[in-house]
Design a protein around this ligand. Structure first.
Ligand code: UDP
Ligand code: MG
Length: 310
């Protein structure tokens, strides 16, 4: 019987202490499983000893593929670089910091064998703030887009080869992988797992980056903000027609106290100006995104791939 290969793809940014730990944990999981492991470690332009740690592993363990990016391209791009290198029949995405326990992979593989194409990890237990912010942005995203993005999931998931190939054909720069994987379709399901705290180092997702990520997710999957501009514009136009009618009538009827009148004009002017600037900015966001995509630059640049032929 043909032994199936499973690629485990790991984006690593300043994770020197976690890389050997992760390798040990993943190896232990696969030691008990009837699959061939391919561990794709992507160094996303780390400034610590991550590159050395990955190179050392790639030289001693033929199952390890080291992918060195030329600089820091960000989590989503690094993950994409790993997906592009992975050759397995199934690919598992996992973070380097061991917050997603590698032992869950065994469970995901079982579900895969039951005929599912995507098995995502659903988190129970995480810091309150992170969970609330994540929940809020997912709920918002769900309300604003037509695709079903499972709640409380990260990028920790298993995908079969056809799913990986479909995702690889999506060239967008503003990447939101978990949304893209949902968009692809196929048979998807989740397994519950407890999210641990980081083994070593600190998070690379401060709130500033999380907000940017949520905004990327919304604007790359939804044009609702643009539609809001139209609706609000329509509402404001209706309102101003009403005010115009009222002022004409008031003038004709010679209602008292009309002469000052500049307050209402001033307020209306400021209000209209504000609304216009706001929506101009919103449209600008989308134009900026179009600009980004239209340049057609690669998502990442690979400096070197260390792969020992199996
Ligand atoms: N990461 C990366 N490039 C970056 C930021 C993060 O490859 O620019 C990796 C990081 O090494 C980790 C994963 O993405 O393996 C998730 O990052 P982190 O654990 O900091 O995020 P959190 O779990 O706090 O959301
Ligand atoms: Mg983490």
């Amino acid at each position: 019987m043909n032994v199936k290969t499973v690629s485990v793809v790991v984006p690593c940014f300043n994770e020197e202490a976690n890389v050997p730990l992760l390798h040990a944990r993943v190896s232990a999981v696969f030691a008990a499983l009837p699959y061939t492991l391919e561990l794709v470690l992507v160094n996303d332009g780390s400034r610590d000893g991550t590159e050395a740690a990955i190179t050392a592993l790639a030289h001693t363990d033929a199952r390890v593929v080291g992918v060195m990016l030329s600089r820091n391209f960000g989590h989503q791009a690094a993950t994409t670089a790993g997906l592009d290198q992975a050759t397995g029949d199934a690919v598992v995405l996992i973070d380097a910091d061991l917050q997603d326990p590698p032992e869950v992979i065994a469970e995901m593989l079982k579900v895969w064998e039951q005929g599912f194409d995507v098995v995502y990890g659903m988190r129970v237990g995480e810091t309150f703030m992170k969970k609330t912010t994540a929940k809020l942005s997912y709920r918002m995203l769900r309300a604003m887009t037509s695709i079903e993005i499972p709640l409380d999931t990260g990028d920790f998931r298993l995908m079969t080869r056809p799913v990986v190939e479909a995702v690889k054909r999506m060239p967008e720069h503003a990447r939101f992988l978990r949304g893209m994987v949902s968009w692809v379709g196929f048979k998807q399901t989740g397994v519950l797992y407890e999210r641990a705290s980081r083994a070593h180092g600190e998070t690379k997702y401060p709130y500033r980056k999380m907000i940017k990520f949520a905004w990327d997710a919304i604007t790359s999957f939804s044009t609702l903000p643009l539609k809001v501009a139209t609706w609000v514009g329509f509402g404001v136009a209706l309102l101003s027609v009403a005010v115009m009618a009222w002022s004409v009538v008031a003038r004709l009827l010679q209602l008292p106290g009309l002469l000052p009148g500049w307050t209402s004009q001033f307020v209306a002017m400021l209000f209209l100006g504000g609304v216009q600037l706001f929506f101009l900015g919103m449209i600008g966001e989308y134009v900026g995104r179009i600009f980004d995509e239209v340049k057609g630059r690669p998502l990442y640049v690979v400096k070197q791939v260390t792969r020992t032929a199996l």
